[in-house]
Design a protein around this ligand. Sequence first.
Ligand code: AVJ
Ligand code: FE
Length: 439
Amino acid sequence: MTSTERIQADRLRERVAEDLRRARERSTLLTDAVDDDDLVRQHSRLMSPLVWDLAHIGNQEELWLVRDVGGREPVRHDIDDLYDAFQHPRADRPSLPLLNPAEARGYVREVRDKVLDVLETSPLEGRPLVERAFAFGMIVQHEQQHDETMLATHQLRKGTPVLHAEPPPPAAPLPAREVLVPGGPFTMGTSAEPWALDNERPAFGVDLAPYWIDTVPVSNGDYLAFIDAGGYDDPRWWSESGWAHRMKASLSAPRFWERDGDRWVRTRFGVVEPVPLDEPVVHVCFHEAAAYAKWAGKRLPTEAEWEKAARWDPASGRSRRYPWGDDDPGPQHANLGQRHLRPAPVGAYPAGESPLGVRQLIGDVWEWCDSDFLPYPGFRAFPYKEYSEVFFRGDYKMLRGGSFGTDAAAVRGTFRNWDHPIRRQIFAGFRCARDAERP
Ligand code: AVJ
Ligand code: FE
C-alpha cells in the first residue's frame, strides 16, 4: 500500500465511523423517546414493535460485519431467527420471545463495539464485500432504513408528542410549474457509486421520448382540489385495482387527515394541525397518486423519467449523483435526515434543483412512480438475494428520492425503494408528468 492509499483508506474509515455514529444517534433518539411499554407494543399491524427494529439493526450488523467481514465469533448465536424478517411477519413480532429493551440496548452496543474494532483492523479491499467499505455502507443504510421505518411507527403511535424538530426552510420563487425534458438517451443506474445497492446496478442506457415533468411535488392544496372536485367518488380517475381498493378501504382523503368543520386537519407525530396547503401531500398510496394525476390530465412519471429528471445534465449529457451535481447532500440541498419532521413547502431548496429546474427530487417526500420492481439488465444479487431479488415482479410500485425521514446515506439519484401500491404509512407523495409531442 502506498502512503496515498493508506491516507485514503483512513479517510474512508473515518467516514464509515461517522456514518455509523449518526445512524446510531438516530436509532437511540427514536427508541429513547418512549417508555419500555411503548417500545414493546405494536402500534400498528403494519409495523414491528420498536424494540424489534432495534435488535434487528444490531443482528444484521453482527451477521455482516462481526461474523462475515470480521470473521469473529457470534455475539449472540441464538437470536438470528427471531430477527430474520422473512421468518416472522411484522404482525407476529410482538408475541415472539424478543430481547427486552435493556437487553436490546446492551446487544446493539456490544455489536457496535466489536464493529468499530473490525473497522480499524480489516482491509477495505480484496473481497467484493469489503471493497471501498461496501459492507459497512450497506449496514449504515440498513440502520437508516429502519430509522425511517421507526419514524413511520412513531407517526402511527397514539399519545402525547415525543419528537420535536425545527421547521424546514420556506419556499423560494419558482419560475415554472413544469419543464420539458428533451427526448433521447441517458444513463440510468450506476456501476460507479461505491455504496449503491444491487438493484441500482449496473449503469445502462435508456432512450426516452420527450416528456413534461412538474418542477415540484403535488401539494396538499393541489390535492384538496381533487378531493373537492369529488375525485374520490369518480371511478373515471382510478385504475380498476385502484378503485377496488378505494372502495374496500373507504378511502376519502390522505391518511392522518380528518375533517374539522369546514377545514381539514392532520395529525403529525401526535400534533393535530390545519393541513398546510403549500406542503407536498404525504401519506397517499400509489392508487391515490395515480387517480390525482389522471384527474389533473397528467400521469405519474416512470422510474426512468424520474431518474432522468434527477440526474441528467443537458450540458454534458452525463448522469450525475444528485440533481445539483456530484456533491454529497448538504442542508442547503434537500430536506433529509429527520432534521425537520415534515416536508418543506413546495418550491423550497432552490440550491438543490436540477439543471432543468426540477426541485425537491431528493428529500421531503418519497415519490411514487408508475413502474414495477424489476431488475436492470445485467443485475446480479449482491450480497444476498433477500435484499432485492425476492421482491422483483411482486405487487410493488417504485418510490424515488427519499423523504424528510431518510438519511443522506440512504438515498441518491439512483436509489430505488418499493412498496405495495396500497401502502400509506410511508412518507410518500408524488409529482406528475405528461407526454410531449416529438418535435
Ligand atoms: C428497501 C425500504 C423496502 O424496509 O423493507 C430493511 C429495506 N431491507 N431491511 C424495507 C430493508 C431489509 C426495505 N426497503
Ligand atoms: Fe432490515
